[in-house]
Design a protein around this ligand. Structure first.
Ligand SMILES: C[S@@+](CC[C@H](N)C(=O)[O-])C[C@H]1O[C@@H](n2cnc3c(N)ncnc32)[C@H](O)[C@@H]1O
Length: 224
């Protein structure tokens, strides 16, 4: 199961105006665009915005902005999506961000948020350089209580496992640790232990070396 496979099973994306909030380098903005949506990627990190603007097709509008201050018109979007980004939004503004999601959505709109759980083989390895146990636990708590609040009704909650392939530990480092200076700093102290953990928990699936990340997708409709 992928994020887009699940999302498309809930709502066809063709022609929808979609805001991908906390878009990072735009991996999912690109997939939303390919599925026929009119996508605006919103990202707070200026370097990622620059990379996304360079790499994504012109049909994706990439903007610098924050979940708590979205640079989009009121009532302009059919769908707001967050893929693994809510727990990165500072906790003191997370609840307020829901008012912002509601502001930019049409009355017929939907909010789709996918968050990783603080367990799984991917988490077992990554936590050694960035332990997100607390922020992930709290983001799920918030999502479970938002039903009926802030103008949103929870229509569907689905748990699935995201599987990512990393042929070698070096490739895992290149993709997951090296792009983040803070992780690189912490990696020095746990290098050997981290490689051992990767070797111990990795699985081989259809000839590919993979790590698993369980997650839950929360799909809300707008309500008054
Ligand atoms: C784990 S990454 C996920 C990126 C992308 N959605 C993906 O799944 O590949 C989380 C992203 O959220 C961004 N972010 C953090 N705080 C944010 C905020 N307040 N508003 C918008 N984006 C934010 C980070 O810069 C980062 O790019």
């Amino acid at each position: 199961m992928t994020h887009l496979e699940h999302l498309i099973s809930l709502c066809p994306l063709e022609g929808l105006r979609v805001a991908d909030v906390g878009a990072g380098d735009g991996v999912y903005s690109l997939q939303l665009d390919a599925a026929g949506a009119k996508v605006t990627a919103i990202e707070i990190d200026a370097e990622k915005v620059a990379r996304a603007q360079e790499n994504l097709p012109n049909s994706v509008d990439v903007r610098l902005g924050a979940a708590e201050d979205i640079p989009l018109e009121t009532g302009s979007q059919d769908l707001v999506c967050l893929f693994f980004s809510l727990h990165h939004v500072p906790e003191d503004v997370q609840y307020a961000a829901f008012a912002e999601f509601r502001r930019v959505l049409k009355g017929s709109g939907h909010l789709h948020i996918v968050e990783p759980y603080p367990y799984g083989t991917m988490f077992d390895v990554v936590r050694m350089v960035e332990d997100e146990t607390l922020v992930r636990t709290r983001s799920h708590q918030l999502l479970n209580r938002i039903d009926g609040e802030k103008g949103f009704k929870l229509e569907n909650k689905r748990e699935y496992v995201l599987t990512r392939d990393y042929p070698t530990f070096e490739i895992f480092l290149e993709k997951i640790v090296l792009p983040d200076p803070k992780r690189v700093q912490d990696y020095k102290a746990v290098a050997a232990e981290m490689e051992d953990t990767f070797s111990r928990v990795k699985e081989t699936l259809e000839g590919q070396v993979v790590l698993h990340q369980p997650c839950a997708a929360y799909h809300f409709s707008v309500c008054e």
